[in-house]
Design a protein around this ligand. Structure first.
Ligand SMILES: [Zn+2]
Length: 278
C-alpha cells in the first residue's frame, strides 16, 4: 500500500512527513492552543506533500496526549497511517468473544489511558510516571482496520478471539474533540464533521491457528447495489471470494463473518462515489 501511495503521489520527490517532529509539536502544545486548532495544523503539515489518491482517501491521523503524573508535563503527538492497527491481545482474562468497538475503545478515545513503561519524563526525569491517551483526529473516507492477531505471540500462534461487529460502526467517540467535530476556521473539510459512521463492505479472513499456515478468504458486498430483488439475493449481497470460487453467503453465514476476521474495510457514510480528482 505504501508503494502504491508513493507511485501515485505527484509530490513524491518531496519529503513526506508521517509524524509531527517534537520541536514543532512543542509549539502546538496544550498551553498554546486548542486541540482542534493543533490537530488542524498537524493535518495540514503532514498532508502538504502527500497528494496521492490513496492518502487522500485512506490516510487517518492518530493523536496522542501524554501526561506525566508526577510533574504534570503535557505533550501532544501525531502520526499518519493508511490503516489502523488493532492488537488482539492474547491476555488470559479477556473474553473469547469481544466486539470491535470495545477493542477500539481500549486503544482510542477517552476510555483509553495507557501507562508508558520505562518512559522517562523530559521535565522531572522520572521513569514510569507517563500515561498516554490515543485518539483518531482525522477520519478518512475509506478506513482499513488490521486486527493484529499474531504480533506478540512469539511462537506464531494466533489470538483466536471472535471480534464481533455490526455492518454499521460509529467511530465518533474515538475523536479527541468534546463535541466530536471541528468548528470555526478548521471546519474546512467534510471529514472533520461528526458523526463518523462507517459501513463494513469487506473483510479478509484468516482460517488457521498459526501465522505459519492457514488460508485467506474475503467476504465483500457492493454498497451501492441492492441486496435483494424479488426476495432473491443480488450483486449487493455478501459474497465469499475463496480462491477461484465465488458464492453468496447465507443469512446465518453473514452473522458469522466476524469469525476469523483479519482485516476490516470500511467506507464512511456520505462518501461520494466519484472522488473529485478523477
Ligand atoms: Zn514529569
Amino acid at each position: 500500500m505504501d508503494r502504491l501511495e508513493d507511485e501515485l503521489n505527484p509530490n513524491r520527490n518531496k519529503f513526506i512527513e508521517r509524524t509531527v517532529p517534537e520541536d514543532r509539536a512543542m509549539k502546538w502544545g496544550p498551553d498554546q492552543m486548542s486541540i482542534a486548532t493543533a490537530c488542524a495544523l498537524a493535518r495540514d503539515y503532514m498532508f502538504k506533500n502527500s497528494s496521492s489518491p490513496v492518502s487522500q482517501l485512506m490516510d487517518s491521523i492518530t493523536y496522542q496526549f501524554q501526561v506525566c503524573k508526577r510533574c504534570n508535563l503535557q505533550k501532544r503527538k501525531w502520526n499518519v497511517a493508511n490503516y489502523i492497527n488493532l492488537p488482539v491481545e492474547a491476555i488470559k482474562n479477556t473474553p473469547q468473544v469481544t466486539d470491535l468497538m470495545g477493542l477500539l475503545r481500549r486503544h482510542y478515545g477517552t476510555e483509553d489511558e495507557d501507562f508508558k513503561p520505562d518512559f522517562i519524563c523530559d521535565k522531572c526525569k522520572q521513569r514510569n510516571t507517563t500515561y498516554a491517551t490515543d485518539y483518531i483526529c482525522h477520519y478518512p473516507d475509506y478506513l482499513v482496520i488490521n486486527l493484529s492477531r499474531f504480533k506478540g505471540n512469539l511462537d506464531g500462534s494466533k489470538a483466536d478471539k471472535q471480534i464481533r461487529f455490526s455492518e454499521t460502526v460509529d467511530l465518533t467517540s474515538l475523536s479527541p474533540f468534546d463535541d466530536h467535530s471541528v468548528n470555526g476556521p478548521e471546519a474546512r473539510i467534510r471529514q472533520q464533521t461528526a458523526r463518523f459512521k462507517y459501513q463494513v463492505y469487506a473483510v479478509v479472513r484468516h482460517h488457521g491457528s498459526s501465522i505459519r499456515g492457514g488460508h485467506y478468504t474475503t467476504v465483500a458486498r457492493h454498497l451501492d447495489l441492492p441486496r435483494t430483488y424479488m426476495n432473491k439475493p443480488t450483486a449487493g449481497a455478501w459474497h465469499e471470494y475463496n480462491d477461484k470460487q465465488v458464492r453468496q453467503l447465507s443469512p446465518s453465514e453473514v452473522t458469522n463473518i466476524s469469525r476469523d476476521a483479519a482485516i476490516i474495510f470500511l467506507k464512511r457514510e456520505g462518501t461520494p462515489n466519484r472522488p473529485p480528482f478523477i
